[in-house]
Design a protein around this ligand. Structure first.
Ligand code: NAD
Ligand code: DAU
Length: 372
């Protein structure tokens, strides 16, 4: 297979997942001169239906493979003359990591190490070595730990402190510990072998194609079906929300214009308490379904808090803004409107991922709870 006809051959791992599918779509459409190789193991979270609209594009290739399989990663790199990797494949749900941490260490830590070693070996075998090559790690703000809530109720932002690129890593959940560990390996490969790497740490994403185990799509689906809405604790935890396409645009920008060896925080300066988001989503779904606005508030059910539940995340993304000119394009209310519309219009997609094999897996995972 020749890579010569393409200016760059780029692996995106986890391209069949939520953020990965938005990134693959953006890159395939925007850069016909690049070949995008989507490498995904198609776990419960991976779904090729997310990429139906671009699957026949000449510059798009899909390879079903596990990122922890070293031989497979080496082979794909050689077959496609890969010159860059954007690594998103991961186990991404905090609640699952609390129940089953091992798969998080395997996929997130060993998977990252496998890709680092495979790219290092492959690129070192080429005459140009690391010249023009890039390993890009897509990470999360959760590696920084949690911030305090220091402002009174209803006053946003909810504190004066933000995560910056200098904030020390202090993960709390098995998920964030696995992502932090992976990031340390990325830095170690840069510092030890000179591998050109970039890391970006993003806040909570929302938008179409997010798996309905995460807060926003789970609640949209439950409201539609009149099922209880399981709010953890008192719903006072704060997250910083970003529309998924804005994250994909940021990755594109950092990939092209970021400096190897650097870290970039991505976030929308958009902090919301969970309970306020729940009420906004309820109003939006009710209105779109022709129900009385707020009628579904009766579904709110306060349940036992998530173990070790991080209180507040808030990203300072001014480095990305000041150095590369990035800023989010959507207001949260507008993004929620688009997101709810998408889920209501794509009931078939939702039914596919919440039925059959998945439903069985889900039932095994969450027990008999009727809230998920
Ligand atoms: P997701 O769970 O929707 O998708 C993960 C994808 O990775 C799926 O397509 C899955 O099939 C694939 N995958 C899992 N294990 C694999 C393996 N062993 N080999 C190959 N593929 C495998 O995740 P997401 O929410 O799109 O997150 C993508 C990345 O972005 C993750 O690294 C996550 O840590 C990071 N991130 C997510 C958010 C967020 O809010 N969702 C925010 C910041 C960073
Ligand atoms: O901050 C970035 C991270 O955001 C990503 O790295 C993760 O991959 C992604 O899953 C997300 O993590 P969170 O744990 O913040 O997202 P989640 O949607 O699971 O939960 C958002 C908030 O809502 C959190 O405070 C827990 C709460 N919650 C969640 C669920 C699923 C509930 O109250 N009830 C629920 O049923």
């Amino acid at each position: 297979m020749s890579g010569q006809q393409f200016r760059r051959n780029i692996i995106v791992t986890g391209g069949a997942g939520f953020i990965g599918s938005h990134l693959v779509r953006l890159l395939v459409k925007k850069y016909p001169e690049y070949r995008i190789i989507n490498v995904d193991a198609l776990t419960y979270a991976g779904n090729l239906a997310n990429l139906k609209d671009i699957e026949n594009c000449d510059n798009y290739v899909f390879r079903k493979a596990d990122v922890t399989d070293f031989e497979a990663m080496r082979r794909i790199m050689e077959d496609f003359h890969v010159d860059a990797i954007i690594h998103l494949a991961a186990e991404s749900h905090v609640d699952r990591s609390i129940k089953d941490p091992f798969i998080f260490a395997k996929t997130n830590v060993l998977g990252t190490l496998t890709l680092l070693q495979a790219s290092k070996e492959y690129w070192e075998s080429l005459p140009e070595k690391f010249d023009g090559k890039l390993y890009y790690q897509v990470s999360t703000d959760e590696v920084y730990g949690a911030l305090e809530l220091t402002r009174p109720d209803g006053e946003a932002p909810y504190g004066d402190e933000f995560f910056t690129e200098q904030t020390r890593y202090a993960p709390h959940s098995p998920y964030s510990a696995s992502k932090a560990s992976a990031d340390h390996f990325v830095r170690a490969f840069h510092d030890t072998y000179g591998l050109p790497v970039i890391i970006s740490n993003c806040s909570n994403n929302y938008g179409p194609y997010q798996f309905p185990e995460k807060l926003i799509p789970l609640f949209i689906n439950n409201i539609r079906h009149g099922k209880p809405l399981p709010v953890y604790g008192k719903g006072e935890n704060v997250r910083d929300w970003l529309y998924v396409e804005d994250h994909a645009r940021a990755i594109d920008l950092i990939f092209h214009r970021g400096t190897p060896g650097e870290t970039y925080n991505i976030g929308g300066f958009n902090e919301w308490k969970n309970i306020d988001i729940v009420r906004l989503v309820i109003r939006t779904v009710d209105r779109m379904l022709g129900r009385k606005e707020g009628e579904s508030e009766r579904l709110i059910t306060f349940v036992t808090d998530r173990a070790g539940h991080d209180l507040r995340y808030a990203i300072d993304s001014s480095k990305l803004h000041d150095e590369l000119g990035w800023e989010p394009s959507l207001q949260f209310e507008e993004g929620i409107e688009k997101t709810v519309r998408w889920y209501l219009d794509n009931q078939e997609w939702l039914d596919n991922v919440t039925s059959g094999e998945y439903e069985n897996y889900y039932a095994r995972f969450y027990g008999d709870s009727d809230t998920h």
